[in-house]
Ligand binder design. Structure first.
Ligand SMILES: N=[N+]=NCCCCNC(=O)[C@@H]1[C@H]2[C@H](O)[C@@H](O)[C@H](O)[C@@H](CO)[C@@H]12
Length: 446
């Protein structure tokens, strides 16, 4: 391992990541309003086994214990998200001071333990009251988001200096509004371009506001995949192009070039009546970093029946995680090099990377060798990216704790810390102990 620590720069930010609805629980406490995920998870048939985020990891009540565990493991960076409906139960208007107080205390606890916060403003838990006014289909939501962001900047901005506007707007758009497998559970492809645009507009408005208020760094997190053609056949090369537009450049292009990719119009045609003068300039304004969530590459073959005109191909012999996602760390290097050369030298933070595997508790331990190997392979791939000139400034394991995995409920475990949901006991897995050893070596070396 020692050779690996030398390959990362001195101030590289190693961390762990979570999200509010996936770990907090306490959904009806201290004035929190309902989110679209409260409604969705309580809708029969939407979540595996009927799981909800009502309790999750009970992090709202166990925050100090969890921060202390991070500190014991030598973790010095923590990415978490803020629950908008804890701050504005109705999405706007009357603020909820007890909701703000929780994140105020969390921030202070982190700083006391010398852990640097990286705060995500939106990790999918839209206030239900705004969904009832149209949610992201309604342009007003972008401005309510701006006002929510300003409130949080004002409260925490003296201590939090690293911000992410949105986590994976692609998932909100596609899973939430086309596939219907995420909240708000809509299957309306014709609104997808408008939803994505309003999410990006809200990002631009929040960045613009932060530039007037804060002196820290702000970016956006996108889930991105390198896209490989299954063969050199013309149709598979076309599938690669369209799939890349649907999964990657739909969001990379507006954020970094102020344009939407033309290929997207082939698969999601739209009349651009929702794009107002100045919107794309706002969306395209400079960022301090791009957050990249990387899990797996996409290998595709032509399939006109799919929205991206491509189907994923999993090779018979390639290893997969329990999510069915291929394990291919070189995909991370390929992706980062592509971003670097296509979009310029924007600093990159890997805001999520990790793997779900079936974990078994044996004598109070979890020997999750596959997850440990997955992580170490991706650290090596990240070092390769840096050695090839990509300015990577940080890496956050998804996830610190096992947590509510959206439509799959608690059936999938991504944590480096195991959570027994019956007792809420935390057990550091072998992968968490290995990460701790790696961090110790890194800080000793540097
Ligand atoms: N092939 N393949 N597919 C990868 C699927 C990409 C879309 N899902 C994500 O990236 C989600 C992201 C989310 O932020 C987090 O809240 C989720 O818990 C993790 C784990 O699911 C990941």
């Amino acid at each position: 391992m020692t050779s690996l620590v030398k390959r990362f720069p001195r101030h590289f930010a190693w961390g762990v990541a979570t999200a509010s609805y996936q770990i907090e629980g306490a959904v009806n406490e201290d004035g929190r309003g309902a989110s679209i995920w409260d409604v969705f998870s309580h809708t029969p048939g939407k979540i595996l086994h009927g799981d909800t985020g009502d309790i999750a990891c009970d992090h709202y009540h166990r925050m100090r214990e969890d921060v202390n565990l991070m500190s014991q493991l030598g973790i010095s960076n923590y990415r978490f998200s803020i629950s908008w409906p804890r701050i504005f139960p109705m999405g706007y208007g009357q603020k909820n001071s007890r909701g703000l107080d929780f994140y105020d205390q969390l921030t202070d606890q982190l700083l006391q333990e010398n852990i640097e916060p990286l705060v995500t403003l939106y990790h999918w838990d839209l206030p239900q009251a705004l969904q009832e006014k149209g949610g992201w289909i309604n342009r007003d939501t972008a401005f309510y988001f701006r006002d929510y962001a300003v409130t949080v900047f004002d409260k925490l901005g003296d201590r939090v200096h690293n911000w992410i506007t949105h986590n994976e707007p692609w998932v909100t758009t596609v899973a939430g509004h086309i596939q219907g497998r995420h909240a708000p559970g809509l299957k309306q492809p014709n609104v997808a371009r408008k939803v994505a645009h309003h999410l990006l507009l809200s990002h631009g408005l929040a960045v613009e506001s932060y530039r007037d208020m804060g002196k820290g760094r702000i970016g956006i997190t996108l889930n991105l995949h390198p896209v490989y053609p299954a063969s050199s056949r013309e149709e598979d090369l076309t599938a690669q192009q369209l799939h890349d537009a649907f999964h990657n450049t739909w969001f990379l292009d507006p954020v970094f070039t102020g344009t939407y990719p033309e290929e997207l119009d082939e698969i999601l045609p739209f009349d651009n009546d929702f794009i107002a003068e100045g919107d794309l300039n706002l969306i395209q304004q400079p960022l301090d970093f791009l957050g990249v969530n990387y899990y797996a590459p996409h290998r595709v073959r032509w399939n006109p029946d799919e929205i991206s005109h491509a189907s994923l191909v999993i090779l018979p012999e390639e290893p997969i995680t329990s999510m069915g996602w291929p394990v291919d760390a070189k995909g991370l290097t390929d992706l980062l090099i592509r971003i670097h050369y296509d979009y310029g030298p924007i600093p990159i933070i890997i805001t999520e990377n990790g793997a779900a595997y079936e974990d078994v508790v044996e004598d109070g331990q979890i020997h999750d060798a596959l997850r440990q190997h997955y992580l170490e392979m991706h650290w090596d791939a990240l070092a390769n990216s840096i050695e090839q000139g990509v300015p990577v400034h940080g890496y956050y394991v998804w996830s610190f704790l096992d947590n509510f995995e959206w439509a799959l409920g608690y059936s999938k475990r991504f944590g480096i810390v195991y959570v027994d949901y019956l007792t809420q006991q935390r057990i550091v897995k072998d992968s968490g102990l290995a990460y701790s050893r790696f961090l110790r070596e890194f800080y000793e070396y540097h």
